[in-house]
Design a protein. Sequence first.
Length: 266
Amino acid sequence: MSGDFLLSAQDISVRFGGVLAVDRVSFDVKRGEVFTLIGPNGAGKTTVFNLISRIYTPTSGRIQYDGMDLTAQPPHAVASLGIARTFQNIELFEHASVLQNLLIGRHTHRRTNLLDDLLFTPKARRAALDDREKVERVIDFLDLQHHRESLIAGLPYGVRKVVELARALCAEPKLLLLDEPSSGLNVEETQDMAFWIDDIRREFGITVLMVEHDMSLVSSVSDRVLAMNQGQVLAMGTPAEVQAHPGVIEAYLGTAEDVASLRRPA
């Protein structure tokens, strides 16, 4: 894998029983870019995310990350390797505060043992201060100051989405996986998400791999796009190139005859 690439998927396939969910998919993600997977429901996008997260293991092919074979790593090691993820369905501790949820995101950077924590030794105090400093930086970055002590259960959906993004950033990842970050957001919240994704790349130097349906968000933040359908690659290129690809248009809208039939009066 070239040093320019942080992640490289090489002919990855995964089969569930008789269903081939991902079929020989290959792509490379450059360091510092925003790379987006698009496609209709059931295209295999989230399955690819789950392969990278090591929730699933490829039936064939392999995934290289930062010079190592990611498919050889155990699932529990992924976060410590510098990969953080958000989920389409928000996964937060609802009866904990925003601050407590973000501090949980620091677990991969733990430098103390149980005895240090129980006695709250100088080493534990230094680690706690460092973690709090990192978390407060993310809170300021995502404008969450007003919600710092709020319980997750009492927050609007749009704020919860931002908190989940914040928790992932607290892990200080090299690679950030965003699973439909605009899902459930209104137009204004989606625009804010676009600004934050762009700033995450520029200010933190984080590489972003995203699954997204909202094409306005895809077009505004993505350097390159991979379109999938029925587990296979349809097209890859800039957002404009992919959206103009005949196979992508057909996957989203159907054939020319299908589109024409939608325009005919009943």
